[in-house]
Every structure is written in structure tokens, then in C-alpha cells.
Design a protein around this ligand. Structure first.
Ligand code: BTN
Length: 259
């Protein structure tokens, strides 16, 4: 069922998140659309398709009809010193919500992947600091719900529909994600969030290759996720290294040759 503002309004069980809700048929990116609106804490700017969807590391995010693409504005009082935690919260919330349809996991730093490691959702967070105003973050979430994901163009991607073998109610899935985000912010504490993240994170316990933008690559085993969302990597010489999610890409969970 295609996204519909009235249906979402009726289904939404949150107190704040998504109460200010904007739905567009088509935008370049929900990041652009939210920049043109008077947003506040909890505003959701959603689109049925994006013509210039943006992904991590400067990549495009293919955003055809049938997927769920939204920006969530958060101007947090809680964890103000550790804003990265909101990306983790959103990853946990999406993982919980998609799990109602198909088994799925978090791939560090913040992808949601299916049992066979195919990407079902990506998250990209931008921070906004305007002088004299409370800083806010814009969490961009793209979920491959019912959109067809071409296996030749995107071999490591799939959709919830494809994995569940049935059409997904996009409105219900979006409302569940927003509800889980709100629950997680309200009831979680930093330790609970990190624990749940680590439990469902497919990267923990695996050999990975971390690629930095300047071409440097580090090989090691991811042994845990830290409270600030960084991955702790045990290198081949057994020394430990903390890797921040910002600018790296992770290889290894697909069984590629990463040596
Ligand atoms: C990734 O590369 O994994 C992050 C993808 C983030 C996609 C979402 S869709 C909504 C928001 N608007 C965008 O242009 N990108 C994010």
C-alpha cells in the first residue's frame, strides 16, 4: 500500500515524532525538502520517490516508488553530548520494525541487512548547528520496502517485499519505525542502546576490512561497539583500535576476499 498522509496520521501511535508530518510525491532529496520547511523537534519529511537521493560516502541512494524515504528532525535534550547515538537508535528502531516481516540485522555502522546480508535500509545523519539555536540533527532513512531493487545494478541490496515474499504495508512499517524510535529515545539509556545494537549487529565477531577515504585499509576483527557508536577492532597484531563510523566503508560480511 502506497504512502498516504491520512492513513499515517490515523495509524501513528507516537506522542511527538511524526506529528508534524510532510509527505511529497517526489523530491530531489528529503534533505533538500526539509531545508525549505519550518521544522522542529520530531518533524518528519517523507517522499514517495527521490530523484537525487543521497547515501553515505558521497554515493547516490536509488529511491524509486515503493520505498520509504524520510528525514527525521531531532533537536535532542537527551544525549546532547553524544548525538551519534541517535543514528544507533534509528538503526535499532528500523531493525525492530522490519523484524516483524523478515529476520534482519544491523551492519555497522548503520545499515539494516537481511539474513543473507543484503541491504534493506540505509541511514545518513547530518548535524545542523545554527548560531544561537539549539543544534539539531537530520536523520535520513531510506527503506527498501516494496520498491524493486535490481540485482544487477545493486547486487548487495534487496527489499523487505522480496525477502518476505509479499507486499508490505508501507504506512504501517513507517509508523512502526517512528514509534520504535520514540520508545527507544524515551526508555533507552546509553548502555541499553549499545547492548541491543551489539546484539543485533552482524559485524561484531567478524573479520572486517575498514577502508578510509584516503585509501588506507585496516584489517581486523570487530570485537564490540562502543557507547559512542564506534567499532572496536582487534588488529592482526592484537592491538585494539577504535573506528568512528563517519568516513569508512566496511567489507567482510559478504565473504569477499578482503585480504
Ligand atoms: C546509505 O548510504 O546507506 C545511507 C542512505 C540514506 C538514504 C536516505 S533516504 C532519505 C534521506 N534522503 C536522502 O537523500 N538520503 C537519505
Amino acid at each position: 500500500m502506497i504512502l498516504n498522509k491520512e492513513t499515517i496520521k490515523n495509524k501513528l501511535k507516537t506522542k511527538l515524532i511524526g506529528k508534524d508530518f510532510h509527505l511529497f510525491d517526489s523530491v530531489t532529496s528529503t534533505f533538500d525538502a526539509s531545508d525549505t520547511l519550518p521544522v522542529s523537534n520530531g518533524t518528519v519529511v517523507c517522499a514517495k520517490e527521490q530523484t537525487c537521493g543521497r547515501g553515505r560516502l558521497g554515493r547516490d541512494w536509488v529511491s524509486q516508488i515503493g520505498g520509504i524515504y524520510f528525514s527525521l528532525i531531532l533537536s535532542p535534550q537527551k544525549y546532547a553530548e553524544n548525538l551519534q547515538i541517535y543514528t544507533a537508535i534509528c538503526a535499532i528502531a528500523v531493525q525492530r520494525a522490519i523484524s516483524e516481516y523478515v529476520p534482519c540485522f544491523i551492519k555497522w555502522p548503520n545499515d539494516i541487512v537481511s539474513q543473507n546480508g543484503k541491504k534493506l535500509c540505509g541511514i545518513l545523519t547530518k548535524s545542523k548547528f545554527c548560531e544561537g539555536k539549539t543544534p539539531y540533527i537530520n536523520v535520513g532513512i531510506g527503506i527498501n520496502a516494496n520498491n524493486s531493487v535490481s540485482s544487477s545494478a545493486l547486487p548487495y541490496a534487496s527489499s523487505v517485499k522480496e525477502c518476505a515474499n509479499r507486499e508490505i504495508d508501507e504506512n504501517a512499517l513507517l509508523c512502526d519505525v517512528l514509534f520504535e524510535i520514540e520508545k527507544c529515545i524515551e526508555f533507552g539509556d546509553a548502555k541499553k542502546i549499545t547492548d541491543e545494537f551489539s546484539k543485533v549487529c552482524i559485524t561484531v565477531g567478524r573479520m572486517v576490512k575498514i577502508l578510509s577515504p584516503d585509501g588506507e585499509s585496516i584489517r581486523g576483527k570487530c570485537i564490540s561497539i562502543d557507547a559512542d557508536g564506534s567499532a572496536i577492532i582487534e588488529k592482526d597484531d592484537k592491538s585494539l583500535m577504535k573506528v568512528n563510523s563517519g568516513e569508512v566503508s566496511v567489507r567482510g560480511i559478504y565473504g569477499e576476499d578482503y585480504v
